[in-house]
Design a protein around this ligand. Structure first.
Ligand SMILES: [Zn+2]
Ligand SMILES: [Zn+2]
Length: 132
């Protein structure tokens, strides 16, 4: 699937994905202004055009954005070179909302569909911790 930033300086290509996960963690909400609508894309992600600017947001991850328009382009787990991209980059894709994570960090002023699989931050760390 193909996506692009707001100004069009950067395009991104990844294998087709169908599922969106919402991340309610405090960092994603500060970064995006709300929960991150996240699409897990693996390592096979190519950016064309300008080079995204990367911000090292933790010991294990960085977050990328367009240097011209500021559109958020990726969250990358450094040890695995694993990309999570915002669903909004891909506006022609028929996604469905599958999961919500860091539900324990979600503020009370919004709530979404109850049909998703929900995990607390602790459950996420336990499932994805190195060695599991
Ligand atoms: Zn841009
Ligand atoms: Zn998050």
């Amino acid at each position: 699937m193909k996506g692009r930033c707001l100004c069009g300086a950067i395009e991104v290509t990844t294998p087709d994905q169908k599922e969106v996960g919402l991340c309610h963690c405090s960092m994603c909400r500060r970064w995006t202004g709300g929960p991150m609508h996240a699409v897990h894309c693996g390592s096979d992600v190519q950016f064309q055009g300008k080079t995204p600017t990367a911000y090292r947001s933790s010991d294990w991850a960085e977050r990328g954005f367009c240097p011209d328009c500021g559109t958020h382009l990726f969250y990358r787990l450094l040890p695995a070179n694993d990309y999570v991209l915002p669903a909004g980059l891909f506006q022609d894709q028929a996604f469905s909302l599958a999961t919500e994570i860091f539900v324990d960090e979600k503020p009370s002023y919004y709530a979404l569909s109850d049909s998703t699989h929900k995990m607390t931050g602790q459950q996420v760390f336990e499932q994805y911790a190195p060695g599991n």
